[in-house]
Design a protein. Structure first.
Lengths: 507, 336
């Protein structure tokens, strides 16, 4: 029962904004169609129209050749369409099984058939190859597993058309692999898959056809097999950015040690030791949940340390609050930009000035807001932040520009950052902006800043970092120089346990 | 690009929340004036506005304390109970312990500060939602106050009368025809207004209200600020209690019971968002003015006082609805 979904001349206008213009594509059963484009290219709007969340201003949607209109998400679901959004739409206080079967609970008379519910869910979890229990509370699962629950929800509905909106952002290699197997299974069952992602290797790995969007317009439609990566990036960015990593202007690390961590232990980190030199970029690779974020938070005094020693420029330090860490020259760009990095409904200027508010005094102890404006304007120039004004609320910026605001905060002339910790700095950011951020990170290293670069994207870590440490289960399991790093050897250190475990799980 | 005078100065003024509130207030005054005239009385009189200002004083200290906390994303439901205890301590200190007036005030406020610190401890260390922690605190403080007032007596002393010239002047005296307590209130509003809108501390409070986690990770010590704000709120509760006692020359167990609602309502009415991260003292003052003028005006035109309470509640609902709608609009504007 292969279904086809066709978008013909779809356009969408918001007051003052043309979000989509004349989009045409066809998703067919048994095929994976990729939607590719930079942030703001219109992918999310397109998905919202597909899910019935919003209505197109013009154009038609055809299901199996018949014109259809979705007035609500309910309509779209009834027509056999499931959209898996980046922002998970789960009920965190309910169990996995209740989340999966919400709205379709198996019944025994008036009551819910708990046993059937449990067994059905267990079956799906097995098919996915995951290691979670059906009655586990969703809110207590790791972010990666929550994402997998979201995907299972769509799988359970057995929809004919399934759209994935950047599903791999919170996932590590292991779950990505599991998810790809599910997608291949769905494809073999004749489902039409729409796959939205920034990640080139994923696009090439599982998709058949690629629709490239830019500024709300459809740039081109390509057959994956006949397309080279450079060609695709060029279509997406609108210019040739060449080989991202080869073109980086790099810097050689210096002799002086900025940070040394000795036998660091926290409830989730075991005996972690490493050094970062002036001007060095140290990569921290590993799977999601390997303890990398926890190491960063412990250094920054955001979490308490059980034992171990931290030395800044050779001297032992004991920070009690992030403030003390900041004053000693440490800066943290957290993984969760929206929740932990920024105050979303405040201006760029306020967000840049956050750590230095106390140093912006003028007479009578009043705060001198022009200092904040100055710092923010410099950040906008240095990082090419796209905004009409520094007074714009950061929630209105794209993900890439938001990340640049945080970078601007830690590299303003009012703070003396010696160690910059970047936790997943390119998560959800498009290729063009990523390249800009890589160059900025290299520039900062050239200025003598030591960088701790945490990333789940292997290509990124092994190409950017001078030294790479791999973590697994809270410990460092291996380290290597960039010259020796390959995706294979990083993965070996990162998931040796899981590879074995996976074999048992599928038996 | 150069901005025109209109864009730079007039437009932000019109778009400011306080501007809308002032318009609302003027409309209200006009309605009451006309309504009162139709009823054969008059509303637009100096004495009436003097009375309105006088009646604001006690709630205003609660509003300031509650407002600062609301901006930071917290709430304090124990202010009134703490303040009442403060008024009892003041009265007892002057009457039974023979303290001079200033030491009595210091003793009362110091006790309030301790309660405030305990509130902050509940919220920051034990991670209670602030309205639950302070609700529990309100009950505990009331109990302790009854125990305190029954000390050395056979039963509970509901009211403690005392005489002191200075406190009487503080509560009822006038300077150049203006009640001293009103002058002090205005000074408090100006000082806190400047503190919240112009000082580094105020900026930190607002940023913390927007996102406590992000603020902490950017070097703003949210725990310390929360402590300061809860202590501040409790001490201002104490100040309200002190003025209440000074006006009546009496410490009372039931002091401030009606002021708690007014205090928080005015802050919300004044545009201080429930979610934190927005609002200021100017709005809170106008909010308080609206609420009290409304109550006094309703009295003058002869509306049944029980209905006045119903309408005050409706006013709060409307304020909350506006707050909710403007947040929704903000979110929707960002949705695409």
């Amino acid at each position: 029962m292969a279904k086809t979904l066709e978008f013909k001349g779809i356009g969408k206008s918001y007051p003052g904004v043309r979000a989509l213009d004349d989009i045409n594509f066809k998703a067919e059963g048994g095929k994976v169609l990729a939607l590719l484009g930079e942030n703001g290219a219109g992918k999310s709007t397109l998905l919202k129209i597909l899910s019935g969340d919003q209505q197109a201003s013009e154009g038609e949607i055809y299901l199996d050749g018949q014109a259809t209109a979705f007035h609500s998400p309910h309509d779209a679901q009834n027509a056999g369409i499931s959209v898996i959004y980046q922002e998970r739409q789960l009920m965190p206080s309910l169990s996995v099984m209740e989340n999966l079967f919400a709205g379709a609970l198996p019944r025994k008379g008036f009551l819910v058939d708990k046993k059937a519910l449990f067994d059905e869910t267990a079956k799906i979890i097995r098919e996915f190859g995951l290691d979670i229990r059906p009655d586990e509370i969703v809110g207590r699962l790791s972010i990666a597993n929550q994402q997998m629950v979201e995907i299972m929800k769509a799988y359970r509905r057995d929809s004919d058309i399934i759209a994935y909106d950047e599903p791999t952002a919170p996932l590590s290699e292991k779950e990505i692999e599991l998810m790809f197997r599910v997608i291949e299974k769905q494809k073999a069952a004749g489902k039409a898959i729409i796959y939205v992602s920034h990640r080139m290797n994923e696009i090439f790995r599982i998709t058949d056809e690629i629709v490239v969007l830019k500024d709300g317009k459809q740039v081109t439609t390509l057959q994956t097999k006949e397309t080279a990566e450079g060609e695709l990036i060029k279509a997406m960015v609108g210019r040739d950015i060449g080989d991202t990593y080869a073109n980086l202007r790099r810097n050689t690390p210096r002799e002086e040690v900025v940070l040394e961590v000795k036998n660091l232990c926290t409830p989730k980190v075991k005996n972690v030791s490493f050094k970062i030199h002036k001007g060095e970029i140290v990569g921290l690779a590993g799977l999601v949940g390997a303890g990398r974020t926890e190491v960063a938070r412990a250094i920054f005094a955001a979490d308490p340390i059980s034992s171990g020693e931290i030395l800044m420029e050779g001297k032992p330090v004991h920070f009690h609050t992030p403030r003390e860490a900041i004053d000693a020259g440490i800066a943290l760009c957290p993984e969760d930009r929206k929740e932990q990095g920024l105050v979303m409904y405040r201006s760029i200027s306020d967000n840049v000035a956050m750590p230095v508010v106390s140093y912006m005094k003028k007479g009578l102890g009043f705060v001198d807001k022009s200092v904040a404006t100055d710092l923010a304007e410099k950040a906008v120039t240095t990082y090419a932040i796209k905004t009409p004004s520094v007074f714009k609320i950061v929630a209105e910026l794209s993900g890439g520009n938001q990340q640049k605001v945080i970078l601007g905060r830690w590299t303003s002339e009012k703070v003396t950052t010696k160690l910059l910790i970047l936790d997943e700095p390119t998560k959800g950011i498009d290729v063009g902006t990523k390249a800009e951020i890589y160059q900025k990170v290299c520039d900062l290293a050239s200025q003598g800043i030591a960088v701790l670069f945490i990333s789940s994207e292997l290509t990124e870590v092994i190409n950017l970092a001078d030294t790479i440490y791999v973590m697994r289960g809270g410990s460092i399991t291996g380290s290597m120089k960039r010259e020796d790093a390959t995706e294979e050897n990083v993965l070996t250190y990162a998931m040796a346990d899981f590879v074995d475990g996976g074999k048992e799980g599928t038996a | 690009m150069k901005q025109s005078f209109f864009q730079k100065h007039i437009k932000p003024l019109i778009q400011h929340k306080v501007f809308t509130l002032v318009l609302l207030y003027i409309a209200m005054v006009i309605i009451f004036t006309v309504w009162a005239a139709l009823r054969g009385t008059s509303f637009l009189k100096i004495t009436i506005f003097r009375n309105i200002l006088n009646s604001l004083v006690i709630s205003s200290f609660l509003t300031i304390g509650a407002g600062c906390l609301l901006i930071a994303g917290h709430m304090d439901l124990s202010q009134a109970a703490i303040g009442a205890f403060g008024s009892m301590v003041l009265a007892t200190a002057i009457k039974a312990w023979g303290f001079p007036w200033y030491l009595a005030i210091i003793a009362a406020l110091a006790l309030c500060a301790v309660f405030g610190a305990v509130n902050a401890f509940f919220v920051t260390k034990l991670k209670f939602p602030s309205f639950i922690g302070t609700l529990a605190m309100a009950s505990m403080v009331k109990g302790l106050m009854y125990l305190f007032s029954s000390m050395g007596n056979d039963g509970v002393a509901a009211n403690i009368n005392f005489t002191n010239k200075t406190t009487a002047f503080l509560g009822t005296g006038s300077v150049a025809g203006i009640p001293l307590s009103v002058i002090i209130m205005v000074v408090f509003f100006i000082v806190y207004g400047l503190l919240m809108s112009k000082s580094a501390f105020g900026m930190k409070v607002t940023l913390m209200g927007g996102s406590p986690v992000a603020a902490t990770l950017a070097g703003i010590n949210a725990t310390a600020i929360t402590f300061i704000l809860f202590i501040n709120s409790a001490v201002l509760g104490g100040v309200a209690g002190v003025f209440n006692a000074a006006k009546l020359s009496q410490g009372a167990l039931t002091a401030l019971t009606t002021n708690q609602f007014t205090g928080i309502t005015a802050a919300i009415l004044g545009g201080i968002s429930f979610g934190g991260g927005a609002g200021g003292m100017g709005g809170a003052f106008v909010g308080l003015l609206i609420l009290n003028t409304f109550q006094v005006g309703m009295g003058i035109v002869g509306v049944n006082p029980f209905w006045v309470n119903v309408f005050s509640g409706l006013l709060l609902l409307i304020a909350l609805a506006f707050d909710f709608l403007s947040q929704q609009r903000q979110k929707r504007a960002l949705a695409h």
